[in-house]
Design a protein around this ligand. Structure first.
Ligand code: ADP
Ligand code: GN1
Ligand code: MG
Length: 363
């Protein structure tokens, strides 16, 4: 269903509806994003927050404001996107129980949905690494989870087991072999369980959605400008941000690809993203974090595969689907990607050692 932002929403942000063009923008699964072009050619991003997913939108605004305050103090030159307030000075406007916000459109920027050159992987990873480095040291006490337990693999694994128990007979039968394959990799969940309580594996302020289309690149040069989509900026683990980059930059096709023969590991992209990320954050990491850099990829791919399969078994209640087997195919895609990645562990570990060796030493 097409959602048109109501005029009251535009007025709340002091946008003159007359002569203003509004079109759907981007390709995310969760929020509704619009590009607003006003008569005097200024551009804004208008978003409706999905409150089925983000049950406490105020937590998003709070986290972003605290991060912005810290960055403006310690890294004032850093481009951190903060919301445009309403005429009443609020970060969010509530209309008919819907939460809306406006973000300045970063002029001269573009995003890509898929990395098609290793340098894009480097640039994007460098941006996420820089954000993490600049936020290293911030007091996490006041930050709230915008989605509680978002990347808690133990709970995702439990939710999967529960979905297997409760699934309808037909879907369960279809997915039988796939379920077994996911169960065979449960050591990935066991590693998470062990790590998460290790004090040498600290919480950090993480982005939690490091897909390449969440990095704004400069038109023409494709240089990284800044990150966007800060809804899940909250305390978490390094393996979330690094792992989602591995999951989404290294394979030439996305999770949407049903032809699994096209799934392969592009080592040069793995190298580029590790290099970009560690060039920023490498020297900040603990020894335990450094030892688990490879684990980041399997962690995120396994969790995403479990989430798709769980949703398939639950009857597609979370991810929008275009056909009945969609989530099932996405889960097969992620399982294949996981297996391709694990096969290459030895060579990828060597790449990690090389990149760690040259991580910046000058800070
Ligand atoms: P979603 O939750 O739907 O992924 P995003 O915040 O990532 O929402 O926005 C969707 C897309 O809109 C991004 O991938 C990017 O292309 C574009 N976008 C978002 N914020 C900005 C911005 N401030 N300036 C320019 N483009 C933006
Ligand atoms: C969702 O909104 P989008 O497409 O950036 C999901 C991510 C998944 C991703 C898989 C809040 O992100 O966790 O990795 O789909 N976001 C939420 O495509 O669940
Ligand atoms: Mg996004």
């Amino acid at each position: 269903m097409e959602i048109r932002p109501h005029d009251s929403i535009l007025r709340a942000f002091n946008i003159d509806g007359a002569g203003t063009e509004i079109k759907k923008f981007g390709s995310g699964h969760i929020n509704n994003t619009f590009l607003v072009e006003t008569r005097n050619e200024s551009q804004l991003i208008l978003q409706r927050i999905n409150t089925a997913v983000f049950k406490e939108p105020a937590a998003i605004a709070l986290n972003q404001r605290m991060a912005a305050n810290y960055l403006s103090l310690y890294h004032p030159e850093y481009l951190f996107i903060t919301p445009v307030p309403t005429v009443d000075g609020q970060d969010l406007f509530v209309f008919n129980d819907e939460y809306w916000r406006v973000i300045p459109f970063i002029a001269g920027s573009l995003t890509v949905d898929q990395a098609d050159d290793p340098s894009q992987a480097f640039q994007a990873a460098q941006q996420f690494g820089r954000l993490a480095r600049y936020l290293d040291g911030i007091d996490l006490q006041e930050f709230k989870p915008t989605i509680p337990n978002f990347h808690n693999l133990t709970l995702r694994y439990n939710a999967f087991e529960e979905a297997v128990q409760n699934a309808g007979a037909e879907r369960k039968a279809t997915a039988e072999e796939l379920i077994r394959a996911f169960l065979q990799h449960k050591d990935i969940a066991a590693t998470y369980e062990r790590l998460t309580n290790n004090p040498q594996f600290p919480d950090r302020l993480m982005h939690h959605d490091t897909k390449i289309n969440n990095v704004l690149l400069q038109k023409g040069t494709y240089k990284g400008l800044c990150v966007c989509d800060l809804d899940t900026l909250m305390p978490g683990k390094i393996i979330s941000d690094l792992g989602d980059m591995v999951r989404t930059y290294v394979c030439p096709v996305s999770e949407e690809e049903p032809d699994i023969s096209r799934i392969r590991i592009r080592q040069e992209y793995y190298h580029a993203l590790m290099d970009g990320y560690l060039s920023e954050i490498g020297d900040v990491l603990t020894e335990v974090e450094k030892e688990h850099l490879f684990y980041a990829g399997p962690f995120m791919i396994y969790m995403q595969g479990l989430r798709f399969l769980t949703d398939y078994l639950n009857g597609d209640v979370y991810y929008p689907v275009k056909y009945p087997q969609h989530n099932y195919n996405r889960a097969i895609n992620q399982l294949t990607l996981l297996e391709r990645l694990l096969e290459k562990e030895a060579v990828l570990q060597e790449i990690i050692s090389t990149c760690l060796g040259k991580a910046r030493k000058d800070i």
